[in-house]
Ligand binder design. Structure first.
Ligand code: IPM
Ligand code: MG
Length: 385
């Protein structure tokens, strides 16, 4: 691209982000699920081990909500087409018919999807996760990590539509080899993630919120993110706000003396992506962690990990760990107002994963299958009722 084309491209991305910011200013409030006659739950299996673990989570969800389904208050809808084959065939991160079906739901339970990367021979299409988060404006990625025996109870609020992800597929490179990507922070986009995090802290009796940036170096966007989060924090005088740079935060998360002091953390998109994998690994692996993608109109619940194509290639898909999707299911239930069922499932998962551990998942035939683990969780829910 020559100099003038690069300037044109920059104009285009600037306009697109200004338009997005303006749209955020027009947005209404969160959906009130209690006021809906029926909640539509979309089920999207995804790629690799996705369909296996998503099917298991759906089975558990149907079990917990069977009275609601019978009474017509909950409807499940299977959405089949979000596969890498379909996405490559139509050259789009989310095929149009799939997008239409997604928009007909209130909440979505989604399995991991495969993301093409530079050099793998697939067309350079955007990640389906990232595209869905943007298209449905799922601005808050909420990722809890708990290690009860160490007193760790962290909730990460990762900003989900901006930062390095907003224009991740729209960078530019000039003919003489100078490449740029863009990082975007908007006023509206930062305020809404900060407000959600502080509200969560207040409602859940948390008294500390930590804002994570690299504002000493990335001065304009991270500097703004930090300043705006701090301003929102002033409206919550009972909560102590502190801030950390991302590098020292990653170190402190492995400092056994200090790490349990963190409670709620707010992070720009990319730092949130990286740190939540680190945190999930401490809890027992990325296969144990669920994730909620919350917007005002839609919400999507998923595992934090990828589609594990290697497990499928080696014939081990049926041994995949459904815990990440089951943790996501807890968040889905809570989000749509079924807190009792959410608590039941969460307690059963704590028993099955941490205390009783009658069955273990190893990802291969040395452990139980995904389906056996799902049965174990449902039996545990029944036994505890
Ligand atoms: C996640 C994933 C995605 C992300 C990938 C699959 C694009 O790592 O949900 O954390 O980077 O957000
Ligand atoms: Mg990630």
């Amino acid at each position: 691209m020559d100099f003038n084309a690069a300037v044109e491209q920059f104009k285009k991305v600037l306009e697109s982000q200004q338009k997005r910011a303006a749209a955020m200013r027009e947005q209404g409030d969160f959906v009130d699920y209690a006021a809906l006659p029926k909640i539509v739950v979309g089920i999207c299996g995804g790629d690799g081990i996705g369909p296996v673990i998503t099917h298991e989570a759906e089975r558990v969800l149907r079990f917990l909500l069977k009275d609601e389904v019978a009474a017509g208050r909950i409807e499940f809808r299977e959405i089949d087409g979000l596969t890498i084959e379909n996405r490559v065939a139509c050259g789009k991160a989310i095929p149009d018919d799939v997008m239409e079906q997604l928009k007909g739901c209130h909440v979505i339970l989604k399995g991991p999807t495969t993301t093409p990367r530079a050099g793998d021979g697939m067309p350079n299409i955007e990640s389906a996760n990232v595209a869905m988060r943007k298209a449905l404006d799922l601005f808050a990625n909420v990722r809890p990590v708990k290690i009860p025996e160490e007193g760790i109870d962290w909730t990460f609020f990762r900003e989900n539509t901006e930062g390095g992800y907003a224009l991740g597929s729209q960078g530019l490179e000039t003919d003489d080899g100078v490449a740029f990507d863009f990082t975007v922070t908007t006023t509206e986009g930062t305020q809404r993630i900060a407000e959600l995090a502080y509200d969560y802290a207040r409602k859940n009796g948390k008294n500390r919120v930590s804002i994570i940036t690299k504002a000493n170096v990335i001065k304009t966007t991270d500097g703004k993110f930090l300043r705006l989060c701090q301003e929102v924090g002033k409206k919550y005088p009972e909560i102590t706000t502190d801030d950390w740079y991302i590098d020292i935060l990653t170190a402190k998360l492995i400092d056994k003396q200090r790490r349990k002091d963190f409670q709620v953390l707010i992070l720009p998109n990319l730092y949130g992506d990286i740190v939540t994998d680190e945190a999930a690994e401490m809890q027992g692996g990325v296969g144990t962690a669920g994730s909620a993608n919350i917007g005002k109109r839609y919400a999507m619940f998923e595992a934090i990990h990828g589609s594990a194509p290697r497990m499928v290639a080696e014939g081990r898909a049926k041994y995949a760990d459904p815990c990440s999707m089951l943790r996501a299911t807890v968040m889905l239930l809570s989000h749509i107002g079924y807190q009792k069922q959410a608590d039941e499932l969460e307690r059963a998962l704590d028993v099955c994963m941490f205390s009783e551990k009658k069955l273990t998942i190893t990802g291969r035939d040395t452990g139980c299958t995904c389906e056996e683990f799902g049965d174990y969780v449902m039996e545990t829910v029944r036994a505890m009722a």
